[in-house]
Design a protein around this ligand. Sequence first.
Ligand SMILES: [Zn+2]
Length: 338
Amino acid sequence: MLKITFIYCFIFLCVEMNTRDEMLDIDEFRCICRALFRNDKGKIYSLSEMQLREIFEVFDKNEDGYLDKEEFAFCWNNWIKIVVRPISVFLIVDVQNDFISGSLNISHCSAQQDGTEVIEPINRLLDTVQFDAVFYSLDWHPSDHISFIDNIGQRELDPSSPVTAENAKVYDTVIFKGPPPMKQKLWPRHCVQDTWGSELHKDLKVIDNSIKVYKGTNPEVDSYSVFWDNRKLTDTTLCAQLRMKNATDIYVCGLAYDVCVGATAIDALSIGYRTILLDDCSRGVDLVDIEKTKNSVIDNNGVIVNSSDVKAMVEGRDRRPELGYKLAMELKNYSMDN
Ligand SMILES: [Zn+2]
């Protein structure tokens, strides 16, 4: 019923525009947004007046206060179509033995969260939701990796380092000598390539045609984000693979919430993807840092949802205004010729 109302709204508007050469004003655009941003249970999501106007201005390229045929065509092709039919990618971050029951078992960290809890909701999504692509990332370190506390003697520290090599304890942050000097949190040895600790947890489903992305492979620099190392020196294959798939939406979850999951979500947003962080499919290290992660995702126009919301979102039946706003802002400097 809702779907029919939504489609009729657009057919009506398009016919109107074609037959009478009418232009859309902000009130008609508001009507479109009311039809667009809702879920399949009849809930209409509100978009603030300020955000509505900002979005309208993105499409009103000649700034005359109306969307003419050409401007509406751009809006339709580059915005409405994606809001209604997103291309959704599922990115499962570092659900590996060492973070769950091995040397960097997050349940021993301050938040005392249980990493196994992410497996069941992730598996359920893999069973029930038709994603356009599924990626698994793996922390994949060589034995001489810079983040391991037992390797601290292998590299010189900068005089500005708040902790000396002799006094350094696990989870301390040191500064290695540059150039440029580089901050590094010290972790227990973890996820060493081709060991049990670096394997995905045995209960995590690995689906056919999924893609594995390996990070942290350079011994000299750590890599929290699945996109780049912490110094943004080199990227993984993820960017290129997402472009190949024409991905629009990225669902991020896994371990650890406030470290690799958070860094990945923030990078996805900075590249321009509509980004959704799955709260119940992620577990972390520190409660304060988890809260900071959530805030920075929301501040950057991402959304945080539980896995029960995902199917309707992927199928375009639950359309979030935050993601619509995010996409519109990405289209700000985009030429209409595209
Ligand atoms: Zn690591």
